[in-house]
Design a protein around this ligand. Structure first.
Ligand SMILES: Cc1cc2nc3c(=O)[nH]c(=O)nc-3n(C[C@H](O)[C@H](O)[C@H](O)COP(=O)(O)OP(=O)(O)OC[C@H]3O[C@@H](n4cnc5c(N)ncnc54)[C@H](O)[C@@H]3O)c2cc1C
Length: 290
């Protein structure tokens, strides 16, 4: 019987056009999997490490001890770059990410692409170097439609191609043990595979985007928006007269560019009248181009 005839007959007989043959279903029904069988199957997913009995308060979780040179919490761009860089320099890395994909804000989940050094075309020709450049060049060559999901996949591929990286997806890091102001161990959990990871590392990197590891480890933190809010730029002419060049209110940018007709100035003065909450304002650089 040819395929077309089979399908039309099947459709008449049952009014369904697709049959699925589930081999082994009868046997499976006869001997249902136990909870232990399922846990054992999950264990093959976990990276190898000595495992111990579940903690009393987490009866369904298996505790696994892991160690590495560099532990990284957070698989956004900072975490991915740190992991790949460390691995390529020979360090054993554990990268843990609380989502099912890498990329953080730049992933298909949030879709905030990296505009980077060229400021969305504002500074044509400016480029990041290093790994960001490597990833973006790969993306330009292999993902011409700039599909978000392919970007996720590219980052996953970069990480999985490094044999020195153990990647834990869907695994939030949730606590840190400290002694004498040093992190001793961190805890990571993966509820999908029912594992609790107790991880010891030589170096711990917080790439969570919101300092969660630093906060739980009791590290010193700075908060707040430190940019200058309201400012005015003056110049002094040859006769010693002061003139206003630029006046800005409500700024939130770290880098601002202003264009104006050329002037001959003896000196410049930047006057800041308000910050975005910080007690003092800091300006690192003022550049002038003719
Ligand atoms: C408002 C906004 C403005 C931006 N502006 C720019 C810009 O000017 N220039 C530019 O190039 N790009 C910009 N971007 C885009 C770019 O995507 C981000 O700069 C970049 O992705 C930040 O990377 P990150 O790794 O520091 O943090 P994130 O992308 O936040 O990544 C942190 C990751 O850690 C994970 N995580 C958090 N807590 C835990 C935990 N406890 N355990 C495990 N994982 C955890 C999070 O799920 C997340 O995936 C912007 C994005 C946003 C949203």
């Amino acid at each position: 019987m040819n395929r077309r005839k089979f399908l039309s007959l099947a459709g008449v007989a049952t009014s369904y056009s697709v049959f699925v043959r589930a081999d082994g279903l009868a046997e499976a029904q006869a001997a249902p999997l136990t909870r232990e069988d399922i846990s054992k199957a999950f264990d093959t997913v976990a990276p190898p490490g000595p495992s111990s009995a579940s903690p009393a308060h987490e009866p369904h979780m298996t505790l696994v001890d892991l160690s590495c040179d560099v532990f990284i919490a957070g698989g956004g761009m900072a975490g991915v770059c740190a992991a790949v860089a460390a691995a390529r320099h020979g360090a054993k890395v554990i990268l843990t990410q609380d989502r099912s994909r890498l990329g953080g804000n730049s992933s298909s989940e949030v879709k905030m692409h990296m505009v980077g050094a060229d400021c969305s075309g504002g500074r044509p020709g400016w480029r990041e170097g290093g790994l960001i450049e490597e990833f973006r060049l790969d993306d330009a060559a292999n993902n011409p439609h700039r599909s978000w999901e392919l970007w996720d996949l590219l980052l996953y591929d970069k990480v999985k191609s490094e044999p020195n990286i153990t990647l834990l997806l869907d695994s939030p890091r949730f606590s840190a043990e400290t002694k004498d102001n040093q992190i001793q161990r961190v805890m990571v959990r993966c509820d999908k595979t029912e594992h609790l990871y107790r991880i010891k590392s030589k170096i711990y990197l917080d790439c969570t985007g919101d300092c969660r590891l630093a906060l739980e480890a009791g590290a010193e933190l700075r908060r707040g928006r430190e940019t200058v809010r309201d400012y005015e730029l003056f110049y002094t002419d040859a006769a010693g007269q002061r003139h206003s060049l630029v006046k800005v209110a409500g700024n939130h940018q770290r880098l601002n560019r202003h264009s104006f007709a050329p002037v001959e100035a003896k000196s410049l003065r930047l006057q800041i009248s308000a910050t975005n909450g910080a007690e003092t304002a800091r300006v690192y650089e003022v550049r002038c181009y003719a």
